[in-house]
Design a protein around this ligand. Structure first.
Ligand SMILES: *Cc1c(COP(=O)(O)O)cnc(C)c1O
Length: 387
């Protein structure tokens, strides 16, 4: 019996996308002006409880703008995770700064204990500026990635940031909808806990506009400046006057129309991600396979990706090939950033855990449209191969 291929993560476009896109096209508002852009911004802001959200072309563009807003200058240093998709780190180089690549903890996100230790032991803090003792570089900001939708330890990270006067940029590109349910941040969403938060609407994210991003800033003047910088820093809309170097980073109205429709489905998508995660867990337990990687307690996670930790002796890449032959698409966790060619000479600090995760984690199909039969099949095939 021929079976359908099961993809890792595909867009779910079954809402009012076509209706809204048709409307955008038929009114002629196809580019960066138009009412869907502001509707989409308002819808995301309302959802995460932020006063304002500023749309942009991609998560990467949003992170670039956030670093500029954080005041990161050429030759400054920025603390970043090594276990991440590279788009969280590349913008540090766009602004001419130097990343310091750091380890993760068991949440797969930036380790706050090592973060603090680095600031205390490797740096000196005086007159409000943290400097690395050896390089003398000023450390201005931390980029925190909420890996696979899992909330990083924002309580501890914000505490370190406050003590050493560092701006916090949340790469919440994978974590739209993840929120704390307990503790000092109960009710607050990923992307609204730092000085800046960035979302992505790339095709593989929990909602998509084909491509796109959103910037959240704690201070309203930063939101204003984000809107300014993403539209060529135009200070007069008629007379072509510009007060600084800006960027063409605006989202188009057609993409925003897709976004408005996708936002109407977001809660349903999060429910589907959670239900499917629980189905996997039950089935994996029944056949005696390892459980999926857990999400932080005291949070409601969007459970964007499902990570299966494999025994270290198992050849993960071979397993990936065998699953592909069965029509099941999986992906390893990312290659570590400090091992990538453009970052080989950058500073690293105490990287241990990330290297272990790098070789043992396999991500399983996790689309919101995944069916129960497909989950059963993935687990059966896994059981046959490694059970
Ligand atoms: C997707 C992603 C980005 C970049 O978003 P784009 O919209 O593709 O530019 C950045 N960081 C992480 C962790 C991501 O997963």
């Amino acid at each position: 019996m021929p079976t359908e291929r099961i993809s890792l993560s595909v867009p779910n476009v079954q809402g009012r996308e076509i209706e809204y896109v048709t409307d955008a096209l038929s009114t002629g508002w196809v580019s960066t002006a138009g009412s869907y852009v502001s509707s989409f911004e308002e819808s995301v802001a309302r959802f995460v409880g932020a006063p304002r959200a500023v749309a942009c072309q991609s998560g990467t563009a949003g992170l670039h703008i956030a670093l500029l807003l954080a005041g990161v200058q050429p030759d400054d240093a920025v603390l970043v995770p090594t276990l991440t998709f590279i788009a969280a780190v590349n913008p540090v180089k766009y602004v001419g700064a130097h990343p310091v690549l750091m380890d993760c903890d068991d949440s797969l996100c930036l380790d706050p204990v090592k973060l603090e230790r680095y600031c205390k032991e490797e740096c000196a803090f005086s007159e409000g500026v943290l400097r690395n003792r050896e390089t003398g570089r000023a450390i201005k900001a931390i980029v925190v990635v909420h890996v696979f939708g899992n909330m990083a330890d924002m309580v501890a990270i914000n505490d370190v940031a406050r003590r050493f006067n560092l701006r916090v940029i949340e790469d919440a590109t994978e974590a739209l909808g993840t929120k704390y349910t307990e503790g000092p941040y109960a009710g607050r969403f990923a992307g609204t806990l730092g000085d800046f938060g960035v979302f992505s609407f790339n095709g593989n994210k929990i909602i998509t506009t084909g491509g796109g991003g959103m910037i959240i800033a704690r201070r309203s003047e930063d939101s204003d400046r984000a809107a300014h910088l993403t539209t060529q820093a135009k200070s007069d809309s008629v007379r072509y006057e510009h007060d600084e170097v800006g960027y063409n980073y605006r989202l188009t109205n057609v993409q925003a129309a897709i976004g408005v429709a996708q936002m109407e489905c977001l809660e349903r998508f999060i429910d589907a991600k959670n239900d499917n995660y629980n189905r996997y867990q039950t089935l994996l337990r029944q056949v005696g396979l390892p459980a999926l990687w857990p999400f932080r307690g005291g949070t409601r996670s969007n459970k964007w990706f499902y990570s299966l930790p494999l025994p270290e002796e198992l050849d993960r890449d071979r397993l990936m090939g065998q699953l592909a032959e069965e029509g099941i698409q999986t992906r390893p966790i990312w290659g570590l950033i400090h091992e990538q060619a453009p970052y080989a000479d950058d500073e690293t600090y105490a990287i241990e855990q990330a290297s272990r995760f790098r070789s043992s984690i396999l991500n399983l199909p996790c689309s919101t449209s995944l069916t129960e039969e497909e989950i059963v099949r993935v687990v059966e095939v896994l059981k046959g191969l490694i059970g």
